[in-house]
Design a protein around this ligand. Structure first.
Ligand SMILES: Cc1cc2nc3c(=O)[nH]c(=O)nc-3n(C[C@H](O)[C@H](O)[C@H](O)COP(=O)(O)O)c2cc1C
Length: 403
């Protein structure tokens, strides 16, 4: 029946009017708020994973397999949440992960998120598939910025971007290695996410019904210029790379260990390899010159069926933890998840959807709320656990099949 989706959208519109940020108590609430406030094509782009979403679910579930072993009757009035990664000390032990197409979630979404990261005393990692110029994000956000590298367009294009990132003061280069081709994101195909990103008028008409029920999103998106290019990928003879299907874009971004040599000589600063899923690959990454690694499966958006990041973390820590900093991401929805990741050896974590939903739900205040929720969770969990400092968390505080 034609009117059924329409009625569902009207319900969403009612919810969109009545839900308030002040009512949000956890990250799941921010997800629900984003679901009401964003057109389904945008919400599913953030929320979805590859194929049957087995890895996406596994990432979240893995945290339940780790149980706590608290030390009671100790003083923990004000737990120290700081952690040091690549020599930089952050006030909170989570960084904001690179998310492509943030301007679809919220106008100037990259700058908005980077500013909140700065205010929280942590780093923002800008995706190659950012809709904003890396220099503009730097101008808007004075804090620690890292640049995430894909290599669409090949070596010369990437070298030009790397030079710009260096000149703009980005302090680490994050090279993502889990995207030799795009994962099969079926929600994006069904919703027509590629058409929205490509953005001819004809393409956009496909989403007319969703737009009609999400007028505030449409106004923000149009006022923001309905971005259609990636300004940090300058293709010779073309200019800024047009947005298209992520599948097509990612097919051109395969990175091999050989590429690491020229990337290193172009960058000259710390290099972080993102997308490590086994101890062997972690070793290869460090042998190839990585200064840190991120255990990640792209939030379950690439190879469906790989193990949860948390499950792989101990293997990677054992392989390279004595040589470089090991970070992880995937499925972090509560501060307790971050504590568990630290107990299994992560120096810090990245949050992805937790702030992506928040950005879509309420812009900067939404991201600030997500950060505040995770911080409060961390403090409470560490006090209940009887640990005064994030640095001191260890395997002694956890149990279960992964510990
Ligand atoms: C909407 C979205 C866009 C993403 N875009 C990128 C990207 O451009 N580059 C990248 O390295 N990872 C990208 N990722 C993966 C994240 O950096 C991160 O690994 C993942 O979101 C962590 O899982 P979580 O969302 O469960 O926290 C993206 C993830 C999402 C949800």
């Amino acid at each position: 029946m034609v009117f059924v989706p329409f009625v569902a959208d009207l319900r969403a519109l009612r919810g969109y009017r009545s839900m308030r940020l002040s009512q949000v108590v956890n990250i799941a609430d921010l997800r629900r708020l984003a679901q009401r406030r964003l057109p389904p094509v945008v919400f599913d782009y953030i929320d979805g994973g590859a194929e049957d979403e087995i890895t996406l679910r596994a990432n979240e579930r893995a945290f339940a397999d780790v149980t706590f072993r608290p030390r009671q009757c100790v003083e923990t009035p004000n737990p120290d949440l700081r952690t040091t990664v690549l020599g930089t000390t952050f006030d909170v032990p989570f960084l904001l992960a690179p998310l492509g197409f943030c301007r679809m979630f919220y106008p100037r979404g990259e700058s908005v998120s980077a500013r909140e990261a700065h205010d929280a005393g942590t780093a923002y990692i800008l995706s190659t598939f950012s809709g904003q110029r890396l220099e503009d994000v730097r101008a808007d956000a004075p804090g620690v910025l890292w640049y995430q590298l894909y290599v669409p367009g090949g070596r010369a294009v990437a070298e030009a971007t790397i030079a710009r990132a260096r000149a703009a003061g980005y302090s680490a280069l994050v090279v993502t290695i889990d995207t030799p081709v795009s994962g099969m994101r079926e929600r994006d195909i069904r919703r027509g996410a590629g058409a929205l990103m490509k953005g001819t008028i004809g393409d956009k008409l496909r989403h007319a019904a969703q737009f009609a029920t999400h007028p505030r999103w449409v106004i923000g998106y149009v006022r923001d210029g309905a971005p259609r290019v990636f300004p940090n990928v300058a293709l010779p003879g073309v200019g800024p790379m047009p947005c298209g299907d992520t599948g097509v874009l990612l097919a051109e971004t395969n990175v091999t260990w050989k590429d690491l040599a020229w990337i290193r000589s172009a960058w000259r600063g710390p290099i972080v390899i993102k997308g490590v899923q086994t101890g062997d690959v972690a070793r290869q990454a460090v042998d190839a010159g990585a200064d840190a690694v991120i255990v990640s499966n792209h939030g379950g958006r690439q190879l469906d069926g790989v193990a949860a990041s948390l499950q792989v973390l101990p293997e990677v820590v054992e392989a390279v933890g004595h040589r470089v900093d090991v970070l992880m991401d995937g499925g972090i929805r509560r501060g307790a998840d971050i504590v568990k990741a630290r107990c299994l050896g992560a120096r810090a974590v990245l949050i992805g959807r937790a702030y992506g939903w928040a950005l879509g739900a309420a812009g900067g205040p939404g991201v600030a709320r997500a950060i505040a929720i995770l911080k409060a969770d961390l403090v409470r969990t560490m006090r209940l656990l009887g640990c005064a400092s994030f640095d001191e968390l260890s395997g002694a505080f956890v149990d279960g099949p992964l510990a």
